[in-house]
Design a protein around this ligand. Structure first.
Ligand code: CP
Ligand code: NVA
Length: 305
């Protein structure tokens, strides 16, 4: 394993599969309420430059279940890169804590944090990617389907951090990824080039949502304006409206297609109530699995399994 968990692209297929195996084991133990204090006495600093529900709750609870302790540092606390240099925070926190999880704006900052921290660093989202989310997502798909053979995932909406992580996953595990965004809002070009070059998955860009969802096993979306893009929200609403996941669009997908969203959802924008609350939606399994998969990542990075 690498020292850090910054991008899915930094991991091999075997390493990712080992994380999923451990996730299963830890999830079963959690369900049985069986003690699994693999990180007894260890502490995690959680640095947040942006808001969060799932990431904070799942990491904090997960670390407690592993017998450790997680410390929440809100956007008002550290002021990473503003009040203090990223590399200084990296070195200071490494003196107190055994592992760091950070949610930051600039991806360069998480790379710098990892470079200067002597302890492992986990990426809890940057403007560029959200690897823990997509690890939980694919694990959830695996649970529901039992395998990942002949999988077609259609991502509809903004080519944002979540979409970039789907592309990174496609560079490691084989599946068919369809990306459907308005022109000019596609995922990161360099990431797409690398994923195409890896030759692991079929990756297609299709601008028409109806065509994009055809034969999809998973229809996935995320908010149209991410954290930090609030000023563009109104303009984006207009541009993205044809990319809404609603019953009409779902009628063009497979009848048993799974609907996913990393949450928080803007109901009535990228997804309608009837779809997110409907029988095909697995959004809450997906949210739960954030905790299980992240526990496995923590345990692996700390060499405790
Ligand atoms: N999906 C996700 O990361 O949620 P939060 O922003 O609430 O942590
Ligand atoms: N793309 C969203 C994901 C939130 C979990 C954002 O960055 O705000």
């Amino acid at each position: 394993m690498n020292k850090d968990f910054i991008s899915i692209a930094d991991y091999s297929k075997d390493e990712l599969e080992a994380i999923f195996e451990l996730t299963k084991e830890l999830k079963e133990k959690t369900r049985r309420r069986e003690e699994h204090h693999l990180c007894k006495g260890l502490t995690m600093a959680m640095i947040f430059a942006k808001p969060s529900a799932r990431t904070r709750i799942s990491f904090e609870t997960g670390m407690y279940q592993l017998g450790g302790y997680a410390l929440y540092l809100s956007p008002n606390d550290i002021g990473i890169g503003k009040r203090e240099a990223v590399k200084d925070i990296a070195r200071v926190v490494s003196r107190y804590n055994d592992i760091i999880m950070a949610r930051l704006f600039e991806h360069a900052h998480i790379l710098e944090l990892a470079e200067y921290a002597s302890v492992p660093v986990i990426n809890g989202l940057t403007d560029y990617n959200h690897p823990c989310q997509i690890m939980a997502d694919i694990y959830t798909v695996l649970e529901h389907r039992g395998h990942l053979n002949d999988l077609k995932v259609t991502y509809i909406g903004d080519g944002n951090n979540v979409a970039n992580s789907w592309v990174n996953l496609a560079s490691k595990l084989p599946f068919h990824l369809v990306l459907c965004s308005p022109s000019g809002y596609e995922p990161d070009a360099e990431t797409l080039t690398r994923a195409h070059a890896a030759g692991v998955s079929q990756i297609e860009i299709i601008h028409d949502p109806v065509q994009a969802v055809k034969d999809a096993d998973v229809v996935y979306t995320d908010v149209w304006a991410s954290m930090g893009q609030e000023a563009e929200a109104e303009q984006r609403r207009k541009i993205f409206m044809p990319y809404q996941i609603n019953s009409q669009l779902m009628s063009h997908a497979r009848k048993d297609a799974l609907v996913m969203h990393c949450l928080p959802a803007h109901r009535g924008e990228e997804i309608t109530d009837e779809v997110i609350d409907g029988p095909q939606s697995i959004v809450f399994d997906e949210a739960e699995n954030r905790m299980h998969v992240q526990k496995a990542i923590i345990v692996k990075l700390l060499n405790k399994a």
